[in-house]
Design a protein around this ligand. Structure first.
Ligand SMILES: Cc1cc2nc3c(=O)[nH]c(=O)nc-3n(C[C@H](O)[C@H](O)[C@H](O)COP(=O)(O)OP(=O)(O)OC[C@H]3O[C@@H](n4cnc5c(N)ncnc54)[C@H](O)[C@@H]3O)c2cc1C
Length: 305
């Protein structure tokens, strides 16, 4: 119930406007958001790299309502890719298609994302297309297949699959057949029972099944979770199937389970930290509270410190 409550709040425009504009709101977001500017994100990336972990940087924002906002967001990604290259950081980028203008004009979103993937390919980097709520699932997968099919883009663009969706196994089979890199996560939105598993045990069972398909595919995928059971299942399966630790990576969110991130590194696995930055942090932040409502107390205590 609390999860649904926080997800509903994440979609409230007035609260979002209020939170993002106030100093208290910005202070609250610090737990999960690296800062407001490209420089803030680069600083956090350098720190995380120094701890032996790679990074995926996300310029926060989604569901832009005009072409100008989409172009501005894409421009920040270009700056980010250039800075990563110049400063030799171990980082790629993650983006949301609705941030690239998918709701405004599909062609604009496709062209904008194509330009970013081309730039990433030119500097041997990578663009991960995040997965949003189910109204966008098919379109997002179509985009990723289309981007990947363009000459020179192979290995430079990847998708995200959510284990709570019942369709995910079929989607993974198609992505793997095309040679596309996948980030596997549980899924962060509120989805109806017709299309999504509702019980944690069912989501977890599907996650483990999908993880096995990914690891067996021979493609370098990302296993994104803070769930120790999922991590253990992945390590066990890799060991049993003779899949080396270098053949995949674990991924976690900035500010969550830093202890576990370091432990995984010490054990010799690859770990990538997803670093979000920007002024439009509210929906992302609320989804993090939805995953663990106890975070709300932590955040409030921090606010009054
Ligand atoms: C790198 C990365 C990228 C992601 N990209 C997407 C995406 O593109 N689309 C999408 O829908 N979702 C995305 N997610 C979010 C994901 O779908 C889940 O909502 C989120 O990871 C929580 O699920 P979990 O696997 O950690 O397991 P859960 O079962 O939710 O949690 C297991 C344990 O992990 C810890 N934990 C989990 N969340 C938190 C938190 N917020 N704060 C503190 N502890 C926590 C707790 O100890 C909890 O008991 C991404 C997640 C990661 C790590």
């Amino acid at each position: 119930m609390l999860r649904a409550f926080f997800i509903a709040l994440s979609e409230n425009r007035s609260l979002r406007h209020f939170a993002e504009q106030t100093r208290a709101g910005q202070k609250m977001s610090q737990r999960f958001v690296a800062g407001r500017s490209v420089e803030d994100a680069l600083r956090a990336t350098k720190e995380v790299n120094a701890l032996g972990m790679s990074v995926s940087v996300d310029n926060l924002g989604e569901n832009v309502t005009n072409a100008e906002e989409a172009k501005h967001s894409a421009e920040l990604y270009h700056q980010m890719l250039d800075a990563i290259d110049q400063r030799k950081l171990n980082a790629n980028v993650s983006l949301k298609l609705t941030h690239m203008g998918l709701d405004v004009d599909e062609k604009l979103a496709f062209d904008t994302t194509t330009a970013l993937v081309r730039r990433a390919a030119a500097i041997n980097n990578f663009v991960r297309v995040d997965m949003e709520g189910s109204p966008y699932t098919q379109k997002t997968l179509d985009f990723v297949h289309g981007l990947h099919a363009q000459s020179g883009n192979q290995g430079h663009v990847g998708a995200v699959i959510q284990a709570y969706l019942k369709r995910s196994e079929a989607d993974i089979e198609k992505l793997c057949a095309a040679g596309i890199r996948v980030r596997l996560c549980k899924g962060a939105y509120q989805e109806p029972p017709e299309i999504a598993f509702q019980d944690k045990s069912d989501v977890d069972a599907n996650y483990v099944g999908l993880m096995k398909i990914l690891l067996k595919s021979g493609i370098y995928h990302g296993i994104a979770t803070h769930d120790e059971k999922m991590i253990l299942a992945t390590k066990d399966f890799a060991r049993e199937a003779g899949i080396p630790a270098s053949a995949f990576e674990f991924q976690m969110l900035y500010g969550i389970r830093r202890d576990l991130q370091q432990q995984i590194i010490r054990e010799g696995y690859n770990m990538r930290v997803y670093i979000p930055f920007g002024t439009e942090w509210y929906p992302y932040f609320m989804r993090r509270l939805a995953e663990r409502p106890a975070n709300a107390m932590f955040v409030l205590k921090n606010l009054f410190r």
